[in-house]
Design a binder for this molecule. Structure first.
Ligand code: SDX
Length: 392
């Protein structure tokens, strides 16, 4: 423009130095997602959360002994420092679990400051284990806090997922029986969230880590980025959207018309993606799980039918087709989490637990990449040209 001398052409091209990574491959047009070369469809069907975490962190699938040792080390780090448990009592019971998760993760840092040197491989290894072990416990305590129930201690005789389920749904007065259907479905959902290339929260973890900040501070920053409703917070926003349609009595067609007219900025939450301009392969797998889990749990949720009706109408509408808007990973996950018994505000913390191995893998890859400088995105200046301060 005339003030800055830039031409409109300048605005058409934003120079983004692509980040180099060997962890996850996405082809947005083909709807392809691979973790270290393995297709997500095979991984989700055959693997486990911890096996995939190892794959993302170290580049190959672990041997049986490596996985057993990894699992054992994580089990032995599930306890939180007793002082940290008092941290929760300082928060209001209305606190959103994502706020609690990011605050408590940053607070974890204060217990390990003398063991958090990003350049010390032993510290990096130990804090990776600590975060994988303790983040689920912190999330479960945020859930218990919100429902006014006593915190349980982890039971390390249980698997990673079963320990987490018991911390959320077990109560002191009774034994807790893990439902194998819920356990298997949650394992699969966590796997589907473990990494996704340079999404906003992973880029945040890399950027914060590039300044030399430790893993706790970097992960806490990633949790904050994930909280936003356009990112990880979308799974909570989808359920709220479906419930509002149901409770308002508004027809799906009328709601879709409001989205197309952009009335009050309303969006079809759980639809659209920065990269996928085709069906998100994870959404396809989650949708399959939704029917299976709700049937096996004997749960009938009209919100699932409403979601399917919304998807059918949107996918047959030119407005969404022209903009290449398809369901993303967040569109159906909430219905399953709800059927498992999680409150809506626990959905994004579940996303965070899923994404933690990816965040940690990217943090480590960035630390070991000689090209990595302190993250500083380039800028196109579009402000005022030089001018003198009025002295008259
Ligand atoms: C996640 O990056 C990742 O990998 C993220 C993630 C991961 O695993 O980490 O996959 C997880 O964050 C998935 C996304 C969850 N967010 C939502 O579901 C929120 C709703 N979706 C949108 O806000 C949006 O689709 C984004 C932000 C996700 C992506 O935006 P795009 O693809 O860059 O699209 P855009 O903002 O440039 O919009 C293009 C057009 C616009 O219309 P026009 O101005 O051209 O008329 O599409 C419209 C937008 O208004 N549009 C939507 C829409 N998303 C885009 N219209 C209605 N509903 C939507 N959801």
């Amino acid at each position: 423009t005339k003030q800055t001398g830039h031409t409109s052409l300048d605005y058409g091209f934003v120079n983004t130095a692509a980040t180099r990574s060997a962890i996850t491959y996405i082809d947005g047009d083909q709807g392809i997602l691979r973790y270290r070369g393995y297709p997500i469809e095979q991984i989700a069907k055959h693997s486990t959360y911890l096996e995939v975490a190892w794959l993302l962190l170290y580049g190959d699938l672990p041997t049986a002994d490596e996985l057993a040792d990894f699992d054992d080390r994580i089990r032995r780090h599930t306890l939180l420092h007793e002082d940290l448990k008092r941290f929760f009592s300082s928060l209001p019971h209305t606190a959103h679990p994502m706020s609690v998760l990011s605050a408590a993760t940053a607070a974890l840092s204060t217990y390990y400051e003398d063991q958090s040197d990003p350049n010390n491989p032993e510290h990096v290894e130990l804090n990776t284990i600590r975060l994988l072990a303790k983040l689920p416990v912190i999330a479960a305590y945020a859930h218990k806090k919100s429902v006014g129930q006593a915190f349980l201690y982890p039971d390390n005789s249980l698997s990673f997922v079963d320990n987490f389920l018991r911390l959320n749904f077990g109560v002191l007065a009774e034994n807790y029986e893990v439902n194998p259907v819920v356990s298997r479905a949650l394992e699969r959902l966590l796997i589907l969230h473990e990494d996704h290339e340079q999404n906003a929260s992973t880029s945040t973890v890399r950027l914060v880590g590039s300044t030399g900040a430790n893993q706790f501070s970097s992960i806490s920053a990633g949790i904050n980025a994930l909280y936003g409703p356009l990112h990880g917070g979308a799974n909570e926003a989808v359920l709220d959207m479906l419930a509002r349609i149901r409770d308002s009595g508004e027809s799906v067609e009328r709601f879709v018309a409001r989205v197309k007219n952009k009335e009050d900025g309303v969006k079809l939450m759980g639809f659209g993606h920065r990269v996928y301009k085709n069906y998100d392969p994870r959404a396809k797998l989650v949708k399959e799980s939704a029917d299976e889990v709700l049937n096996e749990l004997g749960v009938v949720d009209p919100l699932l039918d409403l979601a399917k009706e919304l998807e059918e109408i949107a996918l047959s509408d030119d407005y969404f087709r022209e903009r290449r808007l398809y369901p993303n990973v967040d569109f159906y996950t909430g219905v399953i989490y709800k059927a498992m018994g999680f409150p809506t505000r626990m959905f994004t913390p579940l996303f965070a637990i899923g994404r933690l191995p990816g965040w940690l893998a990217h943090w480590r890859e960035m630390q070991n990449d000689p090209q990595t400088k302190i993250g500083r995105p380039q800028q196109l200046y579009i402000g005022s040209a030089e001018r003198d301060y009025p002295t008259s």
